[in-house]
Design a protein around this ligand. Structure first.
Ligand code: NAP
Length: 561
């Protein structure tokens, strides 16, 4: 069989062509081997790896610069909930040694600078065309190529298509009448302006109290004239305990990376936190109270990820930890009526993603902050002047929509992916995604979905799982190159088996019984009112083992030709 990849001369010619282009611009390749959609953490790393293999790679990115999540989410207070030093790429020792994180949980501008540094250091920009939104990608049976169309109408053909869309990149405004009519400033947190936004003296509304809303509220409360939070569902938040990294800690971190990354490979979410093997009921009430006090006083996700093993599966165990956190909220919020509103009643602790906070609850003790429970007094409409609820009309200078995303599959729905026979991916996934390993979907040959649905990465300290996804894809692409393979795709049987496996792993998990983005609920989007299993729940180590076993068996479950 003829080698499937472009001849080395062609690769050299393409590389030469790029070398002569100004960085960050220039005509995109019309016939690259691979097109990657998205220049966030995953797209950048996939580009780096495939270029190493000699593939001609073209990345298209909607934004005017790289960074994905960290490019878009510039809202006040945006920062990591993962320890900074667990978040960076692990593939380059030099990079690890030269980059110094300033805080244990770095803020968004620093993370964006880090990704820009990575792109510059490894000379990645010249393969990326910015301001280029992909609107469709169609597989052509006759030519065995994907045709990718941009919003400009430009078309590019490629043999392999890799989506690096991000799980939380399809932002959604609330379905409330009058959103367009507001005459003041209004922003979705994901679309935050690049220019500074002044809050001084302004009457500001925030709608939404997920991890994003919590960060915004706690950050701007002291800057605004007045802040009114419109809350539909309170979330179980826990303290972040962020602080600067000292020089001594910095040298410990830099001297310890191999051991750190080895540890992260063993925990279910690739955090430094690992579940305690004991049940809540194996310890005395005094012991567990002391244990929870300790966890609550520690930085990061320990209270969620390093808790007793049954808090996320046994409703009785979950009720005990929920009660502990509720008591903390009552201690921290001065007005008992406000405290009760801030305590979730319809889901237990940890069954939705836990927002980590810094004096979030204390924000509600301020004179200039007011909480409106929209279950009691629903929002009726947005007006030119502000927000009208069933019992009052509020006037604002600014409305901030921290209303979340059409998560995990939403970004796929916004691009017209058509596979064999013109099948639309959106239609195929209408009742929930169907995938193999969360990396492919049958009927869509030569297409790989890093950080896609049914993948472990969306329940993970994401760069760690991104690296796993990308390295698996890179091994596959090496196999394709070395064996002259023109086409690969998941079999229907392997896809059915994997999709069933995903469903069974979620059985017995409390999160699966709760409405949240992780179960695919977003009532701002037509048809997103039924829970779907979107994530691999077996933990990152088990997921990696499954993927590795498939590769070791010569890509079992896939047709390669
Ligand atoms: P989210 O968790 O989905 O929260 C959206 C919020 O908007 C919810 O409070 C929701 O209420 C509310 N909302 C939506 N539509 C509404 C409507 N029509 N009327 C009133 N309220 C409405 O979204 P997010 O806060 O952007 O967070 C998404 C995920 O991003 C997080 O879970 C996390 O994984 C990630 N994130 C990470 C960080 C970090 O690492 N530090 C920071 C921010 C976000 P309901 O709950 O009632 O639907």
């Amino acid at each position: 069989m003829a080698p499937a990849l472009a001849a080395p001369e062609r690769v050299d010619a393409m590389n030469e062509m790029r070398r002569t282009m100004p960085a960050n611009s220039g005509p995109a390749l019309t016939e690259p081997d691979v097109i990657i959609i998205g220049a966030g953490i995953s797209g950048l790393y996939q580009l780096y790896r495939l270029r190493e293999l000699g593939y001609g790679v073209q990345v298209f990115e909607t934004g005017s610069d790289l960074g994905g999540t960290w490019y878009w989410n510039r809202y006040p207070g945006a920062r990591f909930d993962s320890e900074s030093y667990t978040y960076g790429y692990s593939f380059s020792d030099e990079l690890l040694q030269e980059w110094s994180w300033s805080e244990h949980f770095a803020p968004q501008p620093e993370t964006l600078r880090y990704l820009q540094h990575v792109a510059d250091r490894f000379d990645l920009r010249r393969h990326i065309q910015f301001n280029s939104r992909v609107v469709s990608a169609h597989f052509n049976e006759a030519s065995q190529r994907w045709t990718v169309t941009l919003d400009t109408g430009a078309q590019h053909n490629c043999r392999f298509l890799i989506t690096a869309l991000g799980p939380l990149s399809a932002d959604t405004l609330p379905r409330i009448p009058g959103v367009e009519s507001f005459s003041g400033q209004s922003f979705h947190t994901y679309r935050w302006p690049h220019e500074p936004v002044s809050f001084a003296g302004k009457r500001v509304a925030v709608i939404g109290t997920g991890a994003t809303g919590v960060q915004v509220i706690q950050t701007i409360a002291s800057e605004v004239g007045s802040l009114t939070v419109f809350q539909r569902t309170p979330n179980w938040c826990a303290p972040l305990h962020n602080r600067p990294i000292t020089e001594e800690e910095q040298s410990q971190i830099k001297g310890n990376y191999p051991a750190l990354f080895a540890l992260l490979r063993t925990t279910p979410g690739c955090y430094i936190h690992n579940a305690d093997p004991r049940s809540v009921f194996e310890v005395t009430p005094e012991e567990r109270e002391a244990f929870w006090e300790q966890r609550y006083a520690e930085p990061g996700f320990g209270i969620w990820q390093a808790n007793y093993r049954d808090i996320l599966t046994d409703p009785k165990a979950n009720a005990l930890i929920s009660d502990f956190i509720a008591r903390k909220i009552r201690q921290r919020v001065k007005d008992p009526a406000v405290a009760e509103k801030l305590i979730p009643k319809n889901h237990g602790f940890g069954t939705r993603r836990v927002p980590l906070e810094t004096r979030y609850f204390e924000a509600y003790n301020r004179e200039n902050v007011r909480l409106v429970d929209i279950n009691e007094t629903p929002i009726e409409r947005i007006t030119p002047k502000g927000i009208k609820t069933s019992d009052a009309e509020y006037e604002f200078d600014m409305i901030i929509y921290a209303t979340g995303f059409d998560a995990i599959t939403g970004a796929f729905d916004r691009i017209e992916f058509r596979g064999i026979g013109g099948q639309l991916l959106k239609d195929k996934w209408a009742d929930g995604p169907k995938t193999y390993l969360g990396l492919q979907s049958a009927g869509f040959p030569n297409m790989l979905t890093i950080v896609g649905p049914h993948n472990a990465s969306t329940r993970c300290n994401i760069p760690r799982c991104i690296e796993q996804n990308v390295e698996w894809v890179t091994d596959l692409m090496r196999h394709v190159r070395d064996n002259g393979i023109n086409r690969f795709e998941a079999t229907d049987a392997a896809e059915a088996e994997w999709s069933h496996h995903i469903e069974t792993l979620a059985e017995g998990m409390l999160y699966a019984q709760i409405d949240s983005w992780a179960t695919g609920i977003n009532r701002n989007v037509e048809g997103r009112d039924q829970r779907r299993i979107l994530q691999y729940q077996g933990g990152a180590p088990a997921y990696r083992e499954k993927c590795d076993a498939v590769a070791a068996q010569g890509y079992a479950g896939m047709k390669l030709s």
